[in-house]
Design a protein around this ligand. Sequence first.
Ligand SMILES: [Zn+2]
Length: 375
Amino acid sequence: MSIDPVELSRELVAFNTINPPGRELACIKHLENILAASGLATSVHEFAEDRANLIARIGGAGDKPPLCFTGHVDTVPLSNAPWNFDPFAGDIVDGKLYGRGTSDMKCGVAAFVAAICRMAAQLRETSGVVLVITAGEEIGCEGAYRLARAGVLGHAGAIVVAEPTSNRALVGHKGALWLRAIMTGVTAHGSMPHLGVSAAYKAARALTILEKFQFNVAPHQHLGSPTLNVGTVHAGLNVNSVPDRAEIGIDIRSIPGLEHSRISEHLRAELGDDVSLEPIVDVGSVWTDPHHPWIRQVLEVVQVITGEDAGSGPQTAPYFTDASVLTPAFGHPPTIILGPGEAAKAHQTDEYCSVERIEQATSIYSRLAARWCGV
Ligand SMILES: [Zn+2]
């Protein structure tokens, strides 16, 4: 079936899938109808009211596992600053398609859906492809985790994550471990602080430790060193009481080889018994050797279509993706992050995606699928 990826991008942008709360179901069903009409076997996996993931497959012949394309349909909220364009209209001005979730990453989803629908008939008797379209990525890959835990993903021999990269092929990204550190005390009237135990002072001691925290690992050759940032600090409810609760939000970005459980243990040892740690987001890093033959093939295809040289050395993404969950769930096949959106425009006011890049991405995905399936 002939699907226009730009028109499909506009249709997807029209669904309000701001997360929270997400409400991705209508958007997912729309995609399911298109994929099913093109002959793919689809399954919708609901995991909460109005929220669902979609898996679509075609082919599956022989021993070679299918190629996986993945993307999410939830978006971040609109910013406080007013938009110059209707964030759900998908207006095209000067070759840019505007709207919330264009770059991140409905245009990427539209591009691989259009690519596969167009060539579906050719893929039927081949190893084929599996499309994994998720909900709830923006808040810690929730949808992908649901699919992995449900055991419905099956196999994949390689993964293309259509997150925004301006159609450059990126071979990895850091992981994220977000923790809530909680300190408790005993409240008392502000005029008699000696009768209480201040959680705020416990938080202050914890902050000093966090500022000096060292991971004690060698940096990754391409992803660099792990980092730790304190993003939030809250203590107390009113000025004239001793606060009995404090919370610190910690954002750790990890590198391959550094287990999150090890980081948590290390932090617990340094922070001591006064601080309890709860995970908020826990997604691992992703890395594929850039010399892997399939990665080299991807780089070749990208260069042919975009005319842009891959540049010197492997490139990596600044953000994490569903690959943190899907790559291990599929048994660590080679994984590339490659999509038409502009990473710099993701989550921004007046987010847009270049129309030309949507067309390019569709061609890139077609060629990758064709090469994978030998058609
Ligand atoms: Zn994204």
